[in-house]
Every structure is written in structure tokens, then in C-alpha cells.
Ligand binder design. Structure first.
Ligand code: NDP
Length: 305
């Protein structure tokens, strides 16, 4: 399988480099790749489609995205160019060369009302510009290309990159009290899990050209938590592993979302149902705690080394 990967330097992109390697040849591009025929910057969609037409991969995996949720309120045009216009251009080029396209989207396409897990076909209604741009990308992709897998995920973390887990570990070492939002509910999902499920799904659809399996899937870990309980688990796990932690357990205080006004509104209910992906690909999503504990242990061990 010849695979072209965009966004290879992000959390999910880095994990994909590992997970896709056994499937064949992976050409991994980042935003910094700006040779005319090997173009990885999605802010210029024409370069990206030229690259696909030239390399003619069997599969394109797009892990690149404009992910700065608050900044997107001001940089709306750039967010739409990267998250929607480039995705549309990628989909068209994939259609031209007969490639499958894997793309990632977000729980932020939903409005976060209620308390039940959203299913793939449930009505979408994003609360912020980032969510709107990601939704526009999903829609343009599905219009332009049959051979596609769109994986909606949430609360992504990894041992590298900018994420909540790493921020909490850092702050817990520096401060003696922390306030963490406790009224947004979702499932922290490891970049490794996303990459491994992607590789598994590709083995299932690409050799068989199984277009019946194309579509949108929710790809998140099982279970749910609040940012507050997630932070507590991360910090207590790290403390138990011997990492120096300044904050005491009872000084990790729950606060409502309204305590931290941000330019972009965030959904309170980020629950996504995973039955569809489990059934379609014969998988069982692990509990969110499994991947989180493993990454905390890895980070604690790295510091000890
Ligand atoms: P990251 O922010 O870790 O990675 C995004 C990558 O995209 C970065 O390497 C970034 O490069 C790159 N990128 C940004 N702009 C461009 C551009 N113009 N051209 C090429 N590359 C660009 O995000 P994740 O790995 O976590 O996200 C993967 C996918 O999952 C995305 O589709 C995202 O929308 C989705 N998602 C993520 C969530 C999360 O919590 N992170 C939650 C739900 C969905 P650089 O570092 O140079 O900016």
C-alpha cells in the first residue's frame, strides 16, 4: 500500500508514522514541506492536490488541521482554508487518482446539549469557528469522494505535543492549587489508539476496496469523564509513580466552564457513541483510563531516566 500522510508532525500524525509503517510505503509530509511537487502546507490547497496527482498514492491520510480553537475565532479564513478548502481539494485529487482518504474530525461539530452520547447521524450544530470549519471539511469531503473514512475524535493526548494531560502534569509540578473545569464531559483519546484503529480500518477497506464501509465513524476511548476528574487521575498517577508534584489532591478544585471565559464556546456534552466503529471493524474500544495511565507512566519514566 502506498500511503501519503499529511500533518505528520502533530500528535496523531506522529503516531500514524509508527502505526502505518507496516502497511507499506509511507510518504510523511508536514507543513514545512514546500517543494512544488511535494507540498505539505494545507494553507495552499493547490500544492497539496498537485502532490496527490503526482504521487498517485493508494491512500491519503490527512492528520493536518488548524487546531487552535480560540484563535480560529479571529483567524476564521485560515481555519476554513486548512480545515475545509484543503480537504475539499484533497478529496477531489483522491477521486481523480482512485485513492482512499482518511480524515479526522471532532466532537465540536455538535452543540453539546443534553447528556447522551452522539451518534454519527445525529444533527450537527457547531458552537465555534473551529467546529464550523471542521464540519465544512467533513461535508466537502463526503460530497467529493466515495472512498473515505472520517473519524470524529475528542480530547486528544499523546506523550508529545500540546495537550491537556501534559499541561496538567507541568502545572501540578509548579503550583500548589489548580482550578479545573468539571462540567464538560467527554472521553480523552490517545493519539496511539487513533493511529492503531486507522491502520486496522485501512487493512479492512483498502485491499478489498470495501466502499460499503466508507463513511463517518466516532473514534474515541470508552467511558467518560470531566476535565477535572481527568486532571486528578493524571496527577495522582504521576504522584504515585514518584514524580514530584506540588499540588495536594484536595487543592485540585472543580469549577464551571463559566469560570474560564474563552473566545470560543465549547460544548458541555462531548460524549460520542462508539458502537458503529466497533461493529464495522470488529473492534472493542479500550477504557479512556488505560491509555491515559500508560502515557502518564511513560512520561514519569522518561523523567526518571
Ligand atoms: P495537532 O495540533 O497536534 O496537530 C495538527 C497538525 O497539523 C500539526 O502538526 C500542525 O503543524 C499541522 N498543521 C496546521 N496547519 C497546517 C497547514 N497549514 N498545513 C499543514 N499542516 C498543518 O492536532 P492533533 O494531532 O491532535 O489532531 C489530529 C486531528 O484530530 C485533527 O483533524 C483535529 O482537528 C482532530 N481533533 C483533535 C482534537 C484534539 O484534542 N487535539 C480533538 C478532536 C479532533 P504545526 O505544528 O506546524 O502547526
Amino acid at each position: 500500500m502506498n500511503i501519503l500522510l499529511f500533518g505528520a508532525g502533530g500528535q496523531v500524525g506522529r503516531a500514524l508514522r509508527r502505526a502505518l509503517a507496516p502497511l507499506g510505503t509511507v510518504t510523511a509530509l508536514t507543513r514545512a514541506d514546500r517543494e512544488p511537487e511535494v507540498w505539505g502546507d494545507l494553507a495552499e490547497p493547490e500544492g497539496v492536490s498537485r502532490t496527490i496527482r503526482r504521487l498517485r498514492p493508494d491512500v491519503v491520510v490527512n492528520a493536518a488541521a488548524y487546531t487552535a480553537v480560540d484563535r480560529a475565532e479571529e483567524e476564521r479564513a485560515l481555519a476554513f482554508r486548512v480545515n475545509a478548502e484543503a480537504v475539499e481539494a484533497i478529496a477531489r485529487a483522491c477521486a481523480d487518482v482512485g485513492a482512499w482518504l482518511v480524515h479526522y474530525s471532532t466532537d465540536y461539530v455538535f452543540d453539546g446539549s443534553g447528556a447522551s452520547p452522539r451518534r454519527e447521524g445525529d444533527p450537527v450544530d457547531p458552537l465555534n469557528a473551529y467546529g464550523e470549519s471542521k464540519l465544512a471539511g467533513e461535508q466537502a469531503l463526503a460530497r467529493g469522494l466515495d472512498r473515505h473514512l472520517i473519524f470524529r475524535t475528542s480530547w486528544v493526548y499523546a506523550a508529545t505535543g500540546a495537550n491537556f494531560l501534559r499541561t496538567m502534569l507541568r502545572l501540578a509540578g509548579e503550583r500548589d492549587a489548580l482550578q479545573v473545569v468539571d462540567d464538560q464531559i467527554g472521553a480523552p483519546t490517545g493519539a496511539d489508539l487513533i493511529a492503531d484503529v486507522t491502520a486496522h480500518a485501512l487493512r479492512s477497506v483498502v485491499p478489498a476496496d470495501a466502499q460499503g464501509q466508507a463513511g463517518i465513524y466516532h473514534l474515541v476511548a470508552r467511558g467518560e469523564t470531566s476535565w477535572h476528574d481527568y486532571a486528578r487521575r493524571v496527577i495522582e498517577r504521576a504522584r504515585a509513580g514518584g514524580r514530584p508534584i506540588a499540588v495536594s489532591a484536595d487543592a485540585i478544585r472543580p469549577v464551571p466552564t463559566t469560570a474560564f471565559p474563552t473566545p470560543a464556546r465549547r460544548p458541555l456534552n462531548s460524549r460520542l457513541a462508539v458502537d458503529r466503529i466497533e461493529r464495522a471493524f470488529g473492534l472493542r474500544m479500550p477504557a479512556w483510563t488505560e491509555g491515559v495511565d500508560a502515557v502518564v507512566d511513560e512520561l514519569v519514566a522518561l523523567r526518571a531516566a
